[in-house]
Structure formats: C-alpha cells, structure tokens
Design a binder for this molecule. Structure first.
Ligand SMILES: [Cu+2]
Length: 485
C-alpha cells in the first residue's frame, strides 16, 4: 500500500492525468530506431512522438525564495516557488513540460538522473540551444525508470539561484512497502545572484588573496572565494525552510514512512539523520537497493537517497542535515507524531551512529553488459588548476577540453583519482553507472587522493555532459563531454 501525503505547498501537476499506466504498456512510437542496416547494438532513443500522459507548464522567473521580510526578489524560481513545484508521474508515462523563460537570461531544464533522449537533456550548447529570455521550450520524454530525481537549470550558476525542484517517477511495484511518503529537498541557500570563482579571483587581483598559482592544496584565499571555498550561504535549508522555521512532517505511530531525500545543493555535502529513528535505505539515486539500515548517510550535490523509517517512537524528532564541509548551522525539519504538539520540545540526533557507505549498497537490478573487461577505460585525474581558480579533469578545463569518445554498445570504465583536498560529486548525464554493487548517476570522489571507479554501457547515443555537481567546480571547468563516435 502506498499512501501519499504531499505537503500543503506542493502541487501535483497532473493537468492531463487520467490515463492509466497499464494503457501505456503497449504504447508505440517510443524510442523509434533511427539506425539503418544490421541490427544495431543499441537503439537510439528519440523524444516520444506519442501524445503526453502528463503535461505541465513551468515559468522561470525572478522572485523571493521565502516569505521573510528581508528576502530579496533576486532569486530565480520555477513558478515562484522554492523549491519549485514537485513533478510527479507514473513510470512509463510520457511527460511533457513547457518551460516559459521569464528570466532576463538564457536558461534550460536538466532532468537530473533520468536517461532521456539526448535532445531533451537540457545542457546549453551541448544538447540544445539555450532558451532565450522571453522564449519557451517544450521538453518531452518517457518517465522511466521510476525513482527520486530532480530537475534544475543547467545554465551557468542558475541552480544556486533557486531553479531546482523534485521530480518523482512512481514505481508500479515498489520493492518495499510503506504507508506514507515525503520528499525532502536539501539545499544551500544563497540570497541573490551567485558569483563565479573567476569573479572572486579577479576581484582579488593577480597578487591578492591566495595569489596566483594556487593548487587547491593550501588553505582558502582571503578576501575572495578561492577554488576550494564555498559561497557565502545565507543558510542550509530543508524544503526551503530555515532551521529556525522547520517544516513538520506528520506521521502516525505504526506507519512505515518513505523519505525521499534530494541533495539539490550547489556546493554542500550533507550528513543526514532522523533523531530516534534508524534509516532503512531503499534507493540510491532513485535505483532500488537491498534495504540496509543505518543511522545516518552522507550525500553530495546531485545524489538522492530514499529511506524508510518505522514510526514506532512517538514524540517530536529532528531531521537534521549537517554540512560536512561548511560551518553553517545544520538544516532542520521535524518528524512529528499525529496528535503531538509540534511546538513541544524536539529531540535532536545524539550521535552519528552507523553511517552508510557505498559498500553497503546492493542494487536490486545490477546493470547489464558490464561483466568482464571493459571495451574502453578512462583514467581521469581530478585537480584544482593553477591559474584563475580552474577545476580540471586530466589537466583540462571545460570547454577547452577533449571529449571522452565512446562507441555505441561499449562497456566503458571510468577511473577517477582526486588530487585535490575537497570532494567532487561526479555526475554522468544520460546513463546510470555501476559503482561497486550500486547503480547510480552521481558518485562522490573523496578528497586527498580518493579513488572511485564506475562502469557503464554506452546505450544512449548523443553528447552527454560528465561533470562535478559542485556548481562552482563545473563552472570553473570540471566537466567533459562523453561523445559517441
Ligand atoms: Cu568538484
């Protein structure tokens, strides 16, 4: 049984609902092959030509991210909401979203984690022309596989200005049972316009701050934002709420509650705990895993975890997300049992307890096609650049960087080694990859010579960005295009 109770603020954008998913099972016109000749190893995906099952309209425009009197009108938001409206569709449905751009700048939407066809992926100048100010663009794709995702602008630093929102694709048959679910978006909130690293660098002057030739190995520079620093965040927020005004998630004793945690932040890795309640992690980046029970998990920008908590400890409990690399007060929300006074004392988490590691994750459905030796291996070094606060992959700063060329159907291995002192949440567009026994789309490479290897199958032709999901690292060059030959 899967009951849902969306938060008051959220809207279900089912403007054209009513078509049962079973009716879609035999839907034709999806992923029509564009290949000629012998049976191709993989079938290129194209945007579905069938009519949409769910349509939504989103308007990107400036506004205030929260009702506080001192909130500036300088945030950029979807439909004036922060986070933006949750899109929720059933697995296999065709989702069509018309984006109207009322921003004074170009924009796009990226459907983070969903392996859409290339033209729908929303990366400016890689998969589409950016949507100009005053313009519009219609995204259309089949919503699969099921999972917890999010959507966000992929233009410049717009993600850190508030253009982010959850996207939930519901399973037909969840591998875990639950009675109620909530989506919880963690973010680092910047009031107003983000500044790129290069701005901070030039503001410092050629000899100022950390000085030229900083490698990222030393402490952050003073008087500007150095390559390994974070922006001056106004706060760490859960679901757009400051810790002083936490959102309350109501549960009833005896319920199993599915919490979908999304790290939509631009530069923050969070440690997440729910006081008094172990977390049974059921999904990593939307993909089902064998349930594993822990007391906390850490996730980087772009990662998602679903966890089920058993509501068997009546009271008022704190949900806490602590930056592991920042000094802002932790983001907070409240888990409150029905009938309890939510303004009563809230019990905070006591200690870290057992923390999830990637080695705990076992995908219910491992990736096919990655047994044996890879057809192609990339050895990539992640590092901070010497000049202008660049962030590098193998010594190159995107866009002045070589593509990573693959061929359709290949089993590709990517080995990353991190020579910098800070972690990098690396995200591959258009594909899931296998890391250990987990299937993910974003993986944190720890600082100080951390190493991570993942494997994927080149089964979705196109040009796909592979990049650090720390927005400032991406903006400073930490990206490559995975290009099908
Ligand atoms: Cu990074």
């Amino acid at each position: 049984m899967t009951g849902r109770e969306p938060s008051r603020r959220r809207r279900f954008l089912r403007l054209l609902g009513g078509i049962g998913t079973s009716a879609l099972a035999g839907c034709s016109g999806l992923g029509a092959s564009t290949s000629e000749g012998p049976t191709p190893a993989v079938t290129p995906r194209s945007a579905p030509s069938a009519p949409a099952d769910t349509t939504a309209a989103l308007r990107a425009r400036p506004g205030a991210a929260h009702p506080a009197a001192d909130a500036s009108e300088d945030s950029w938001l979807y439909d004036g909401e922060y986070p933006g409206p949750e899109l929720r569709v059933a697995e296999g449905e065709i989702l069509e979203v018309e984006l109207a751009n009322d921003l004074p700048a170009e924009t796009t939407i990226h459907w983070h984690g969903v392996p859409v066809s290339n033209g729908m992926d929303g990366v400016p100048n890689v998969t589409q022309q950016p949507v100009e100010a005053g313009g519009s663009f219609t995204y259309k794709f089949r919503a699969e596989p099921a999972g917890t995702y999010f959507y966000h602008s992929h233009a410049g630093l717009q993600l850190d200005r508030g253009l982010l929102a959850p996207l939930i694709i519901e399973e037909r048959d969840p591998h875990v049972t639950y009675d109620r679910e909530y989506t919880i978006v963690a973010d680092d909130y910047l009031d107003g316009a983000p500044r790129p690293l290069s701005d901070a660098d030039s503001a410092r002057g050629p000899m100022g701050g950390g000085g030229p030739g900083r490698t990222g190995d030393g402490p952050g520079g003073r008087g500007g934002m150095g390559a390994d620093e974070r922006p001056p965040y106004a706060g760490l927020l859960l679901d757009g709420r400051f810790p002083s005004d936490p959102r309350t998630y109501t549960v009833r004793e005896g319920e199993r509650v599915r919490l979908r945690f999304v790290n939509a932040s631009s530069a923050t890795a969070f440690r997440v705990q729910v006081a008094g309640h172990p977390l049974t992690v059921t999904h990593a980046d939307g993909r089902p895993v064998e349930p594993v029970t822990v007391d906390s998990f850490v996730f980087g920008s772009g990662e998602r975890y679903d966890a089920v908590v058993e509501a068997e400890s009546p009271g008022t409990w704190e949900i806490r997300a602590t930056a592991i690399d920042g000094d802002e007060p932790p983001a907070k929300a409240t888990l409150s049992y029905d009938g309890r006074n939510p303004s009563g004392p809230t019990t905070a988490p006591s200690s870290d307890g057992r923390r999830l590691s990637y080695g705990d994750l076992r995908a219910v459905s491992p990736l096919d096609g990655i047994g044996g030796s890879p057809d192609r291996t990339f050895d990539l070094t992640l590092s901070a650049g010497g000049r202008s606060n660049r962030w590098l992959i193998d010594g190159q700063a995107y866009p002045d960087a070589d593509p990573l060329s693959v061929r359709e159907g290949e089993h590709v291995r990517v080995r990353m080694m991190n020579r910098s002192p800070v972690l990098h949440p690396m995200h591959l567009h258009g594909h899931f990859f296998q890391v250990g026994d987990a299937v993910k789309d974003t993986v944190v490479v720890p600082g100080h010579m951390g190493e991570v290897t993942f494997d994927f199958v080149a089964d979705n032709p196109g040009d796909w960005l592979f990049h650090c999901h720390n927005l400032y690292h991406l903006d400073a060059g930490m990206a490559r295009v995975v290009q099908y030959e």
